[in-house]
Design a binder for this molecule. Structure first.
Ligand SMILES: [Zn+2]
Length: 468
């Protein structure tokens, strides 16, 4: 092994000495695409549904490909079956590496609703079908092909490249990225990272260009558990202190009004940039959101879709309700789960006080299941951001980049909490209908998108890491 590393390093030196950038700069994309497709289809065939999050065989598969090619790998097991993979192309020791982050687990499926079996990796109509095709196995394959191509072509690096694939993202990351950040930070310790969270999309406001909404922040996950206490009894004798009734009344008060809209500086910047690509009236509405009445007007107009509304206010979604186990029994407690998502900058204590005021019932207790994080927003300036803008300009004609916020949570928050800039940027282009398949039925990715994404991921990595 040592000899191989020395030999590789020697060849790298030779390539530099002979100054053969033409050789280094032109990978054989046809060959790479042909190699990647079976890897992708095989990776999709591992059922990594979470729960139960048995990701070990899929991780072993990726590791075996890297090991065979002589790339340094390590695995870390947080609990039986939950394994993280770290692969590395080392760079100079005085520079932290660039991290390509992805997750191996997927959300469960209802297989009978799918037109192709969700763990078949079927290739049909120009698409690869399967749960995880978009979220998030394709990005893992893009990272894999980037490492293989850099290694195979002996590209000299001025910054190391690390690929990390984690389990447990779909369940919050406590046994995946969060655990790695807490226990094995030194194994990856990056300068910056790209992860899932943002893709290219046709302009949602009708403009001519495609927009890459690169996520630099996300709504902060704040899960709450409510318990109403009352008096149990027989269902045939209704009483006013039935906890189910107490809970329903209180929730109705709470949910009658969502928190007020708030335009964060991040969304103000993103929407103002997008406005410059629009025509009247969207151009005016999005271009003047700083004037007091315009936000309300825009929220009834171009910003009306639910997914945009969610980026302009703290949200409260009731998702779980439970009471008696039997229809003729009044229980002593009734419970609810609320999925709340807070904007950057929202004061958590003030948010909770508002909820308690609206619930207005001492018989109800409210506690966090998960408290919101407080990581900083990643900068939309600097080396990594500039490289993303450059690769979009180079690889995706008629496209532009805006910093964006994701309404959902990703593993990026564990990096941002450590002060590492993390960007949601998967270089593929999806329209709304394709995006809706994520976590839904018939998730798929076109072979064209896969190939384009591999090249753009490689290009991004060489901009950031290859010696000029
Ligand atoms: Zn995901």
């Amino acid at each position: 092994m040592k000899r191989l590393i020395l030999l590789t390093a020697g060849l790298g030196v030779l390539l530099v000495a002979w100054g053969s950038p033409a050789l280094a700069a032109s990978p054989d994309w046809n060959a790479i695409d042909q190699e990647a497709l079976p890897y992708f289809r095989s990776y999709l065939r591992f059922d990594t549904s979470n729960p139960p999050d048995n990701s070990a065989p899929a991780i072993a598969y990726l590791k075996s490909i890297l090991d065979k090619k002589g790339i340094e790998t390590a695995t870390f097991e947080s609990k039986p079956g939950a394994v993280s993979l770290v692969a590395r192309l080392p760079g100079p020791s005085d520079k932290k590496p660039f991290l390509l982050l992805s997750h191996v687990d997927v959300v469960p499926v209802v297989a009978k609703d799918w037109s192709h079996q969700p763990f078949s990796g079927d290739l049909a109509d120009g698409y690869v079908w399967g749960r995880g095709a978009i979220d998030n196995k394709a990005h893992g394959i893009m990272a894999l092909m980037t490492l293989l191509t850099l290694h195979r072509n002996h590209i000299p690096l001025r910054r190391g490249v690390v690929m990390m694939v984690n389990p447990d993202e779909e369940a919050g990351g406590a046994n995946g990225a969060e655990w790695m950040a807490a226990n094995h930070w030194d194994a990856f310790d990056p300068a910056f990272a790209v992860n899932e969270g943002g893709v290219g999309t046709p302009d949602p406001f009708g403009g001519w260009a495609k927009v890459f909404q690169v996520t630099v922040a996300e709504k902060r996950v704040s899960w709450l558990h409510l318990v109403a206490r009352g008096r149990s009894g027989h269902g045939s004798v209704p009483t006013g202190d039935n906890p189910t009734l107490i809970l329903i009344d209180a929730l109705a008060r709470l949910l009658a009004t969502q928190p007020d809209p708030r335009l964060t500086p991040l969304m103000a910047q993103a929407l103002a940039t997008m406005a410059t690509h629009e025509s009247f009236p969207v151009k005016v509405e999005l271009g003047h959101l700083d004037s007091p009445s315009m936000l309300g007007i825009a929220m009834r107009g171009p910003l009306k879709p639910d997914y945009l509304q969610a980026l302009l206010r703290d949200t409260i979604a009731p998702t779980m309700l439970s009471g008696s186990l039997k229809v003729n029994v009044i229980p002593s407690t009734a419970e609810a789960g609320l999925d709340c998502r807070l904007l950057p900058g929202t004061d958590v204590e003030a948010f909770l006080r508002r909820m308690k005021t609206l619930l207005a019932d001492k018989r109800i207790t409210i506690d966090f299941i998960q408290k919101p994080d407080s990581g900083p927003i990643s900068p939309s300036t600097g080396e990594a951001w500039d490289a993303i803008e450059k690769v979009v300009a180079q690889d995706f004609p008629n496209s532009f980049v805006v910093p964006w916020m994701s309404s959902g949570g990703t593993d990026s928050r564990f990096l941002r909490e450590k002060g590492v800039p993390a960007y949601g940027f998967v270089p593929i282009v999806l329209d709304v209908r394709e995006r809706e398949r994520v976590h839904g039925v018939d998730e798929r990715l076109s072979v064209e998108n896969l190939n384009h994404g591999i090249k753009a991921t490689y290009d991004l990595t060489t901009i950031l890491c290859a010696r000029p």
